[in-house]
Design a protein around this ligand. Structure first.
Ligand code: PMP
Length: 422
């Protein structure tokens, strides 16, 4: 049977009923809003189901207060909900240490920066290497590049082959006794490649190096288990998984987080402060200085409940079927180049491509006129696009509420662009 009841899932997302068109500067207004929205930009951000929005409303209407266990009722309620949200995130990714291994950050980017600053600036120096992949998102690539510049460490890149996969033989050579950190994207946001991160973790650990997994495109779309991967650090963002913007999570092995210094200083994360020095709160609060993003953190847990009830294996399967369908339909045309592993491979739910002779910005403008929202550009993987030999690509990315008919609308829009630019 088909993995998901998409029709009923779509009812959870009011935005999917809206129409678009007309003046893009006046959203939701005017008679020109005339075509149904076809939202295929989920790798950039996902839409938000009612119950997640309602959890934000419940918080602000019902128990809005600062956390850190104030004495009064509301603060107690907010503290408990916020702390339990960390446990819920931990459980979802298989972190048996619970909240102590989950730091709430602003997003994946902040999680990368937290580790690069707290761990990297201390641990790295001349003669050390950080090994990345050529398909890293800028969140990881730029962060480790700059940390390496500051510390004198070297950055090495595991090459991507013509099929969009990592050259694991080269990986085994590049990860050597100089290596202190391997940072790899789990599912590529451009190629859709699912990387063998458990294997990379083994290679790293054989050299006493750590592994940081950028899970921004895996946690939203498939079941994951940080302990099965044996990741040392693992990061993702709520806004790509039915949650709100402004909150994400860093998983770190407890003993590593314990050894690291905070990356931010201030109130709320300290135990004892004197005019000379300070000591830190227990994990994870040590890394959450200042008033945290309470409402969104609580809504993050609600998003996880939502996804969990549907079932991540079914979400994965649904996306896989959509991605296969999109790949096959686009691959019918000789003038379309699709990037990443071939159809049928274990692929994330997205397809990036170019139409011969049409810039992705023009293509996406034509698609937008038909209500089809895709991403055009370099998807924060400029060096990878350089390697592909193109400045940009068009990316259609799918989620649990997308349908085959929406992919048909995409293909029709591409047909129109081909005729217009012929
Ligand atoms: N890594 C990958 C693979 C991503 O797709 C993204 C989001 N485009 C990020 C990192 C950064 O996520 P955020 O913008 O939420 O920090």
């Amino acid at each position: 049977s088909y993995p998901l009841d998409v029709e009923s899932i779509r009812e959870d997302f009011p935005i999917l009923d809206r129409k678009v068109g007309g003046d893009a500067n006046a959203p939701g207004e005017g008679p020109d809003d005339d075509v149904p929205l076809v939202y295929l930009d989920n790798a950039a951000t996902s839409q938000t189901p009612k119950r997640v929005v309602e959890s934000l409303v419940d918080y602000y209407y019902g128990y809005n207060a600062n956390v850190h266990r104030g004495i009064h009722h509301l603060s107690q309620e907010a503290s408990v909900a916020y702390e339990e949200a960390h446990d819920r995130v931990a459980e979802f990714v298989g972190a048996s240490g619970g909240r102590e291994e989950i730091v709430f950050t602003k997003n994946t980017t902040e999680a990368e920066n937290l580790v690069a600053n707290s761990w990297g600036l201390e641990a790295l120096g001349p003669g050390d290497s950080v090994v990345l992949t050529e398909m890293e998102h800028h969140a990881s690539l730029v962060t480790w590049q700059q940390t390496a510049k500051k510390t004198g460490a070297e950055v090495r890149y595991i090459p991507v082959d013509d099929d969009g996969r990592l050259d694991m033989d080269r990986a085994a050579e590049l990860i050597d006794d100089s290596t202190e950190m391997v940072s790899a994207v789990h599912v590529s946001n451009t190629l859709g490649t699912v990387n063998p991160v458990a294997e990379l973790a083994d290679l790293a650990h054989e050299q006493d190096a750590f592994v940081f997994v950028d899970a921004a495109q895996s946690v939203p779309n498939r079941p994951v288990d940080v302990e099965a991967i044996d990741a040392d650090f693992f990061a993702f963002s709520a806004h790509k998984m039915c949650g709100p913007t402004g909150v994400g999570a860093l998983y770190g092995k407890r003993h590593l987080l314990e050894e690291m210094e905070p990356h931010l200083y201030g109130g709320g994360h300290v135990r004892k402060v004197t005019f000379e020095d300070a000591t830190w709160e227990e994990l994870p609060w040590k890394f959450e200085a200042g008033t945290p993003n309470i409402a969104d953190g609580i809504a993050f847990a609600e998003a996880i409940d939502y996804l969990d009830e549907i079932g991540m294996e079914r979400v994965r399967r649904h996306e896989e079927l959509l991605a296969e369908y999109a790949y096959d339909r686009l691959a019918e045309f000789d003038d379309i180049e699709i990037y990443g592993p071939p159809a049928g491979a274990d692929r994330g739910g997205l397809v990036s491509f170019n139409l011969d002779g049409v810039h992705s910005h023009d293509l996406s403008t034509i698609l937008s006129e038909r209500g089809v929202a895709v991403r055009a550009g370099d998807h924060c993987t400029q060096p990878l696009h350089d390697k592909l030999g193109v400045p940009a690509s068009t990316r259609a990315s799918f989620y649990l509420y997308n349908t085959r008919e929406e992919i048909d609308a995409l293909v029709e829009g591409v047909d129109e662009a081909r005729e217009l630019f012929a």
